[in-house]
Design a protein around this ligand. Structure first.
Ligand code: FE2
Ligand code: FE2
Length: 193
């Protein structure tokens, strides 16, 4: 059964965008703003979704994300980088062939160009640790050497991401990172497309 909302104070009158009047648009704009008030909580709920999957590893992809962020935090990374580390594999289940793009799209309005690029391209850099096992060039990331985000993406993958599959590591709970996620997604978004 399809839910239907009756037009009113909080529901637009028009049934197609072409017929929106200014009042309709005021309602939609207010709803968009209200919806985004809990964006951080929704992002964390999405991240929790990958706790259902191990993809053959000893830890779930959720624990892997928490462990990657824990390692970044303990290495002294700044908060924006830690949140990127936390969210880098958020789409591993629903976007298995484009998970870097998926995660990058989520953080894009709230992070630097370099950190956006890092998240978007992290698989190619992580590939140094497994591409050769697939008969591919483990040095594929070298085509990006010289890019402003090259070094930070190496650090994400070499020092934190590729190590974060250890069930015995003292991984910090999501509560340790939630305030950081709140602060990041509470920033004024840069609505570049
Ligand atoms: Fe990844
Ligand atoms: Fe990862």
């Amino acid at each position: 059964m399809v839910a239907v909302m009756k037009p009113g104070v909080d529901v637009v009158r028009a049934t197609q965008m072409e017929d929106h009047d200014q009042n309709d648009w005021t309602i939609v704009a207010a709803a968009f703003k209200a919806q985004n008030a809990d964006l951080a909580a929704r992002v964390l709920a999405e991240l929790k979704r990958v706790d259902r999957y191990t993809f053959g590893y000893q830890v779930t992809r959720y624990t892997h994300c928490l462990q990657t962020a824990t390692r970044a935090l303990r290495a002294g990374a700044d908060e924006e980088t830690v949140v990127c580390a936390l969210l880098h594999d958020i789409g591993d289940d629903v976007a298995p062939y484009t998970h870097g793009d998926y995660a990058a799209a989520i953080v894009k309005p709230f992070v630097s160009d370099e950190n956006h690029w890092m998240v978007q391209n992290h698989r190619t850099f992580q590939g140094y640790h497994f591409f050769h096992l697939m008969g591919q060039d483990r040095n594929a990331r070298e085509v990006h050497r010289g890019h402003p985000a090259f070094e930070r993406t190496c650090r994400l993958c070499d020092e934190w991401d590729q190590k974060a599959f250890d069930p015995h590591y003292d991984t910090m709970p999501v509560e340790a990172f939630a305030p950081m996620v709140e602060r990041l997604f509470g920033r004024a978004p840069n609505r570049r497309s």
